[in-house]
Each structure stands twice: as C-alpha cells, then as structure tokens.
Design a protein around this ligand. Structure first.
Ligand SMILES: *Cc1c(COP(=O)(O)O)cnc(C)c1O
Length: 527
C-alpha cells in the first residue's frame, strides 16, 4: 500500500515476477472446473461481439443525430408499442437463444424512433437535452466498464474526476477550495432531498436518532420555499416527515421570484405559529418560467435568521460557467448548498447532478449510518474519497465521467457558448412574440424558458386555459414539434424550453404557425 501511494508508477507492481507468473498461467490454462458452459454462454460474453453490436448501434445513432429535420415525438398507443416490443423477444426459454443481429437492429430502431427527438429543432419542450456525442460515448464506456462510483476502490477515475470537476466548477461559485464539498446524486430531486436532510440534521441533531421532536413545547421543523419551487422540494419534505402544514410558502413577485419585502414577515409569522424553519430553498431557474430568486439578499436573510440556505439550481446553476450570465446567481457564495443538474444545461446523458456544500462537514450531516460491509472506521487516502456516506445511493452511476471528459476535451467554452446562445435566442423569440397580436407573453425570459398563450379572437377568458392545454396536446400528437405547458397564476400557458443550439427564430416562427393552424382547427371543430 505504502509503496504504491509513494510511487505513482504503479505499473512496476505488474512487473514483479510472481505477479506476471500468475498472469501467464491464468491466460494459458482454460478453466476446467465447475459445470460445463454452453458455447452460447461464452458467445454472449465474447468481447468481439462488443465491436459488432456497437457498430450496428453507432451507424444507426449517427443517422439519427445527422437527421436535423423538424420533428417532435411519434406518440404511440402503449398497447401497440407493447405488442411491437413483445414481437422482438425470443420465444426460446430453455436454452440461451443464439444472437440475432436482426433482433438487435429492430430493438435499436424502435428505441430511437419512439423517443422525443431531442436533437431536432422541433424539440422545444423539456429540460433534458440532446447530448454532446462524446458525452454519449463516454456513457457507453461507463456502462461497459461498470464502475459504480460511491466507493473509490470501485471507481477510481470517476472519484478523482468528481474532485476535479468540483474544483473546476467551484471557481464560478467562489468558495475556499479547501473547505467545500461536492457529491454526485442521481438527479436534482435526490440532491434536494439530500441537502434538506443535511440542513434538518444540523438544526435538529437528535432527529436521526429520536425522530421528529414532540410538538409540545418545542418548535416544529419547517421548510421555507418560494411559492413556485419544484415539486421535488415538497416531496422531499413529505419523505422527511415534514407535513404540508410545515412548509412555509414565500410569496413571489411579478417576475416569479421570491419577493424580498414579504419573505421576512412570512418567516416571522411562521415563527409565531411555532414553526422552526431549518432550511430556506431558493430556485436558480424555476422549472416553470426559469426565474432566479434573489440569492444575494436571501443569503443575508438566512444568515441573520440562522437558517440553512439551499439553492435549487437544477436548471440554472449551469449559467455560472458563463461570464455573461453568472450575475443571475449573484451571492451564490453565501449559500449553504447548491443542487446543479448537468443533464440539463450541460448536455450530458441523464442523470448527472452535482450537490455542493459550502462546508465540507455539512456534507456528512445528511445520513448517519453504520455498515461494516462498506464503510471504514479509519479512512485512508483511498477511502477518504468514498462518497457512500454522503449520498443516498449505494450503487451509483459514475455520472461525472461524461461531464469531466467533455470539460477535459473541449473546455468550459463549449458550455458557455451554447448556454449563451440558448438564452439570447430565448430573448429574441420573446421579442418576436411581443410583435404578434394574437399571442400574449406570460413573463420576460431570464434563461432559456419562455411561456406564452395563444389568444386569437374568439377565445374568451374562461376558455383560455383549456385552449392552451388542447393546443399543447394536439401539437404533441401531430409530432412536428414538442412543447410543454405549465399553469401560471392558475391559467395554462404554452411552455418552450430552448435546449438546442440548432434552433433559430425561423423554427420558432414555424412553431407559431403550427400553433395557429392547430388553434384554428380546434376553434372550427368547437373542441
Ligand atoms: C428539473 C428540476 C428539478 C428536478 O431535477 P431532476 O434531475 O429531474 O430530478 C428540481 N428543481 C428544478 C428547479 C428543476 O428544474
């Protein structure tokens, strides 16, 4: 152990006489013990098959990525799709079925064809994105080498890459490099839950052992969130035994941000009701409209009231890598924790989420577990990189690898340039919309999300809501575009998320024409 850590040229170890002797004897002698293996078992694991199979997949994926036609989703009746999928399954159950190239081709084709076409300019609907090809390739490598990453010994490079990416991204947050921590989680929802647990356990150190404090005499734990926070926050509360009545909703202003004038009185009022707010959750990019809460001011308020400030930056934390856009998260260095989805605005395969803590010690607060089969009593230079005690997952994908590889190969500017384009384009299409008298915008865009309504003559106030829902649904079914919808102040709006740098204002005008066409059809048919 010692000599290995002192001497990084550990290839030497392989050169030792006894080790290479074992290697030689292993490779020359076939395994002769145990039950006889069928040739088909050996075939299924044959390394050569990897090349054949992946060449099949790669040629199809290349065609898929190269097709830039405008399209959304081919929405298929689940029963019909299930039938098609079943038809691809072998009927052989007794022995291993021989590999069938045609079956593989058909599976890959069906997989590609039935997805939202995230690489097409017609996809403007959701927050996951088309991936940078290299990111997909690294994810493929991850799947084959299969290195679950909660423990250093099982995933050495991913764990080192996590540390490197943490340092790289912390340059845009600005914490002391020696005292912050970062852990990867399978999605932003899980990152929010994890941070909330850490916040709760810090404020209520006995919660983990004794459960919720008895209401009598002691303040009840509570969470404060912006009224437009992502649903994962209240779900996390539910999981933690924090009831709906213990969630303090901070009012939002016209720009859909937490309203600072009303945040303090709302918190004071919660205190009077016997609630002890242990965490304030702000959004850096709300899911509905992409609004950024005033982190800087909330940071001061949280510090004054001794409340943990968590920023849900699942969508918008990526703006930190852009010199032009970073100011939207001004004050980010004041927060206690930050959730950051790389599978949204950093264009890597999902999931890939980074959960940052300002204080390294806090990262250990979320879970308190003893498990001798994985956790060590005395950390050494290897086990100190383990994250199993800080993340919920035991087996966890080495999700950092695609992000790190892209960062290593292309550098930061790949992300900054694309994000800046997406945000600028969203402002541009907002300007386009303002000029169209039959449309109304629902907000000014702060990031790459834009919500609006189609309101031609003949659509009265009471029909607006249903009309937008019907349009979204019909557009999805027609399959030329994929957009989403969201309720804003109780009324549905059409929602566009610009995730693709190949989208131009022309594509957006095409979408508007499609909306008009669909809307007119709906009005004509009286639906
Ligand atoms: C997408 C999103 C989430 C959920 O993240 P997942 O990675 O989908 O679990 C949470 N908060 C916000 C603001 C989001 O936009």
């Amino acid at each position: 152990m010692e000599s290995r850590s002192n001497n990084p040229t550990f290839e030497q170890r392989d050169g030792s006489d006894s080790f290479s002797a074992i290697q030689r004897s292993r490779s020359s002698a076939p395994i002769t013990t145990g039950a006889p293996q069928s040739g088909l078992l050996l075939d299924a694991f044959d390394a050569k098959l990897l090349r054949d199979n992946s060449e099949t997949a790669v040629s199809r994926l290349e065609d898929h990525l190269a097709d830039l036609s405008v399209r959304g989703l081919d929405l298929i009746d689940p029963a019909a799709l299930s039938q098609a999928a079943r038809a691809l399954m072998t009927t052989e159950h007794e022995s291993i079925a021989p590999f069938d190239e045609k079956r593989l081709n058909a599976i890959i084709d069906l997989y590609i064809r039935t997805g939202i076409q995230v690489h097409s300019p017609g996809y403007m609907g959701r927050q996951f994105s088309g991936v940078v090809p290299l990111g997909g390739v690294i994810d493929f490598v991850s799947a084959v080498v299969n290195q679950p990453s909660s423990f250093y010994e099982a995933a050495q490079l991913p764990n080192v890459a996590e540390r490197i990416m943490a340092d790289e991204l912390n340059r845009f947050i600005g914490w002391d490099p020696g005292s912050f921590a970062m852990v990867t989680t399978s999605g932003g929802s899980l990152a929010n839950l994890t941070a909330l647990l850490a916040a709760r356990n810090k404020m209520f150190p006995d919660f983990w052992s004794d459960g919720s404090p008895a209401p009598a005499g002691r303040a009840r734990p509570a969470i404060a969130v912006g009224a437009d926070a992502h649903y994962s926050v209240s779900r996390a509360a539910g999981i933690m035994g924090i009831g709906e009545g213990q969630i303090v909703r901070l009012p939002i202003n016209r720009d859909h941000q937490i309203c600072m004038d009303r945040a303090r009185p709302t918190l004071d009022e919660a205190e009077r009701r016997g609630l002890k707010v242990f965490c304030l959750v702000a959004s850096a990019g709300t899911t509905s409209v992409g609004a950024f809460d005033p982190i800087d001011e909330l940071g001061d308020l949280a510090r004054e009231k001794n409340i943990w400030l968590h920023v849900d930056g699942a969508h918008g934390a990526s703006l930190l890598v852009s010199d032009k856009l970073r100011r939207k998260l001004e004050g980010i260095e004041k927060v206690d924790s930050l959730a950051w989805d790389a599978h949204k605005l950093m264009f890597v395969p999902a999931p890939c989420t980074l959960l940052f803590y300002r204080n390294k010690k806090d990262s250990l607060a979320a879970f308190r577990q003893e498990a001798s089969y994985v956790f060590t009593e005395d950390p050494d230079i290897y086990t100190e990189l383990d994250s199993g005690d800080k993340n919920f997952e035991c087996t966890k994908r080495p999700m950092i690898m695609a992000l790190w590889a892209l960062w290593a190969v292309y550098g930061r500017a790949l992300f900054a340039e694309k994000i800046e384009y997406l945000c600028e384009l969203t402002e541009e299409i907002h300007r386009v919309l303002v000029e169209e008298t039959d449309f109304e915008t629902a907000h000014r865009p702060e990031a790459n999300i834009l919500c609006f309504r189609y309101r031609p003559n003949g659509v009265g106030d009471k029909d607006v809501h249903r009309f937008q829902l019907a349009i979204t649904d019909r557009i999805k079914r027609q399959g030329n575009f994929f957009i989403s919808k969201v309720n804003i102040d109780g009324t549905a709006a059409l929602r566009v998320v610009v995730m693709n740098h190949r989208i131009t204002t022309e594509h957006f005008r095409m979408l508007l024409d499609e909306i008009r066409r669909v809307g007119r059809d709906l009005l004509r048919s009286g639906e």
